[in-house]
Design a protein around this ligand. Structure first.
Ligand SMILES: *[C@@H]1O[C@H](CO)[C@@H](O)[C@H](O)[C@H]1NC(C)=O
Ligand SMILES: [Zn+2]
Length: 325
């Protein structure tokens, strides 16, 4: 997509129809941070990495807009004030996030995220497939190309999700948490027996089924690297957390990975209706300054991360576990 993609009337209409949360396509250049020399004594390790580092950073933008508020979960009608927050996200929030990313020459991502932010875990396989099929078709028409990835709304995939992503030819997923900073082949969802204390223990004392890798690349989701829980008011968010605290939580994670690994991914999940707020955007400015002071940092989209992993240019993690039943 062209640089400086702005929210045109088409995008606005799309979002006001509540049909989808997308990742916004962005500018073309990836950013290589300057070599890091800090006068902060806690940061001295970053001045001279013992190995060349490769750090794949990216913003995944869940443009939930109105969809998230339209889905009240029980068929009751949405609060009109909440709907206005969604419209704010699709307009004011998107504009601010776009200009922030554009200013830093960061290219963000484009992916599928449900139709009205459905929790896939609450649906059966045919309902989930209908949503995926229709939203894939609509988003492909809007973008002029097929999206490469999927993020389960509210990070609630179902036991059928992985097979459906394969069936519809997607490359990557960003909904699971088997690791927090390494890509891996996403396993199919294992069978786990629910603990039902009204029954005999023998009915639930069974091991989890064996994990088997799918063809989908996982770019790990991470609740501790998401703006929603900290800053959104209501609907799973705490609302009033000090940005300094979250800045610290996010940079502590980054610093730890930088110390531990020669290469890692740092996918940040944001929502324009949350990160478009002034105090949160200012925190992102500080975050970029911190991250870009390290050597080996590259900003890219999730499909670019996935391609580097698939072509063997960046290593990943192997998820294993469970028992053959
Ligand atoms: C899925 O749920 C819908 C709505 O309840 C129902 O009409 C459909 O028959 C169900 N499909 C399957 C395969 O269970
Ligand atoms: Zn969402």
């Amino acid at each position: 997509m062209a640089s400086s993609v702005s929210r045109g009337p088409k995008l606005t209409n799309l979002l006001l129809c509540c049909f989808i949360g997308i990742f916004i396509p962005f500018t073309l250049a990836s950013h290589h941070g300057p070599s890091g020399v800090s006068d902060d004594p806690k940061m001295e390790s970053r001045a001279k990495p013992t190995q060349p580092k490769r750090v794949l950073c990216g913003y995944g933008i869940d443009l939930d807009a109105v969809s998230l508020w339209a889905n009240t979960g029980d068929g009751t009608s949405a609060n009109p004030s909440d709907i206005s927050r969604g419209i704010y996200g699709a307009t004011v929030g998107v504009d601010r996030v776009l200009s922030f990313l554009d200013r830093h020459h960061i290219k963000a991502t484009c992916g599928l995220h449900g139709f009205t932010h459905e929790h896939m875990s609450a649906l059966n396989a045919s309902q989930e497939e209908e949503i995926l099929s229709v939203s894939l078709d609509k988003l492909s028409k809007f973008l002029g190309k097929k999206p490469s990835g999927w993020t389960a709304p509210a990070w609630t995939p179902s036991p059928h999700t992985v097979q459906l992503l394969e069936k519809y030819g997607l490359e990557y997923d960003h909904s699971f948490m088997h690791h927090d900073s390494q890509m891996y082949k996403l396993p199919y969802v294992p069978t786990v027996k629910a603990t039902d204390v009204t029954k005999s223990p023998s009915t639930w004392m069974q091991p989890m089924s064996e994990l088997r890798a799918s063809s989908i690349v996982e770019i790990p989701a991470n609740w501790h690297l998401d703006d929603w829980p900290a800053f959104n008011v209501g609907n799973g968010g705490n609302g009033y957390i000090d940005t300094d605290l979250i800045f610290k939580m996010w940079t502590e994670q980054f610093d730890f990975y930088y110390q531990e690994y020669d290469s890692f991914v740092f996918p940040i999940t944001i929502h324009p209706q949350v990160s478009g707020k002034p105090h949160v955007l200012r925190m992102h400015e500080r975050l970029l300054k911190h991250i870009n002071s390290y050597e080996g940092v590259e900003w890219m989209t999730m499909v670019e991360m996935s391609n580097l992993y698939k072509s063997g240019q960046i290593p990943g993690h192997v998820v294993e576990g469970g028992a053959a039943l």
